[in-house]
Unconditional design. Structure first.
Length: 324
């Protein structure tokens, strides 16, 4: 082969190799929360690399922002509770939950200022209550109020960003807040002895999920399976080496040991896709429609299309009990 042709062939081979290598990398948009620990562990223990997939993580605050990074083409996977999945479903259907990897009945908490005279649920009537709209915390707040005989319209909802909750409570701009960890803990610290968690009777089981676009799911199922296997390895690590897992969580969130110990038992790190997840999505859609949280005239889609179990069936077969 002539020298020029050989050189061209080599350059083409290098370009194809580089293109192939680049195609294998993927970005996971990771919400900054206790619930993201399996991703943190998989990254720190190099489980993604061990499974043969190149992953980089990109932090965001809240599942709504994480999912938006998928829609904007800046991530292929995102972590989110089920609420952002529901709210976006009224506008688009090009994404799905590929796995639930955490559940919790105590991650979202209702923090009150005792100096505002609030010590029981009924005293929330007419008060300013902060939360992040369109999130699990928003749903929890409405469920909490209804469970305790209050119409959500009987409180003054104050939409805030998660990072602003603690300051708003401390400054007296709000009297109470529904928010997830670590922002609930930070709010209690900011309030010092004035803060209190109102008991919630475990009225809401939050799921924390891995979400992907349909195009990615179809084109890169092998990589998705590898990611899920890495997360399963991370969950095994959390169960078998809790102290090391706690150290990873402490380092990633920048929180103190007291926070780790206070919240450790709040979360169940276990992979699943269950029929109850679909029921939860459907129930939250009805809530969003009933309470006017979506545009007038909106209709709820069928939520089986927002769950894609094939990759998890390959990665962790026993985790899937969904009938689909």
């Amino acid at each position: 082969m002539p020298h020029r042709a050989l050189k061209a062939a080599l350059l083409l081979a290098l370009a194809l190799a580089a293109s192939h290598g680049k195609a294998q990398e993927l970005t996971i948009a990771v919400s900054r929360t206790v619930l993201s620990l399996p991703v943190y562990v998989a990254e720190s223990q190099h489980y993604f690399a061990a499974e043969g997939v190149a992953v980089r993580t990109r932090e965001c605050i809240g599942g709504q922002r994480c999912i938006k990074l998928i829609f904007d083409g800046q991530a292929q996977l995102a972590t989110a509770s089920e609420l952002p999945v529901v709210f976006n479903s009224f506008a688009r259907a090009d994404y799905a939950i590929v796995a639930t990897f955490v559940t919790s009945t105590r991650d979202v908490k209702l923090i009150v200022r005792q100096s505002a005279g609030i010590d029981v649920a009924d005293k929330l009537r007419g008060r300013r209550v902060g939360t992040v709209k369109g999130t699990s915390a928003h749903y929890f707040l409405d469920a909490y109020l209804l469970f305790n005989g209050l119409d959500p319209k009987q409180v003054e909802l104050v939409p805030l960003e998660a990072g602003d909750i603690a300051t708003a409570l401390k400054d007296g701009r709000i009297d109470a807040a529904a928010i997830w960890e670590p922002f609930a803990y930070r709010s209690l610290k900011a309030l010092a002895g004035d803060g209190k968690i109102l008991p919630s009777a475990r009225i809401y089981t939050e799921t924390f999920n891995l979400v992907a676009g349909h195009t990615f799911i179809a084109a890169r199922e092998d990589d998705l399976v590898k990611v899920l296997r890495a997360l399963q390895r991370a969950q095994d690590f959390i169960a078998q080496q809790p102290r090391q897992a706690q150290a990873i969580l402490k380092q990633r969130l920048g929180e103190d040991q007291a926070f780790i110990e206070a919240t450790w038992s709040d979360v169940d790190y276990r992979m699943s896709l269950t029929q109850s997840l679909v029921g939860t999505l459907e129930g939250q859609a009805r809530w969003a429609l009933r309470e006017g949280h979506v545009p007038p005239g909106s209709t709820a889609p069928g939520y089986l299309q927002f769950v894609a179990p094939a990759a998890l069936r390959l990665a962790v077969p026993a985790a899937v009990t969904l009938v689909k």
